[in-house]
Design a protein. Sequence first.
Length: 68
Amino acid sequence: MARRMPGQIGMTNTIEVPSIDEYISKVQSSGGQVLMPKTLIPGVGHYATCMDTEGNIFGMIQMDQNAK
């Protein structure tokens, strides 16, 4: 544990999803926002950061060891 530095938002919970494109679409159609679009993490998969309608920020990841 460490003290939060000025400007940091703290911890971001991340959930694994089967299709990041599908779930990004669900977030947007439900009134949420995509803060960081789908991003490739080579050898891991794809990641995106979103915000729900109440202002909660969360991450989504689609695991894919073959991601390049």
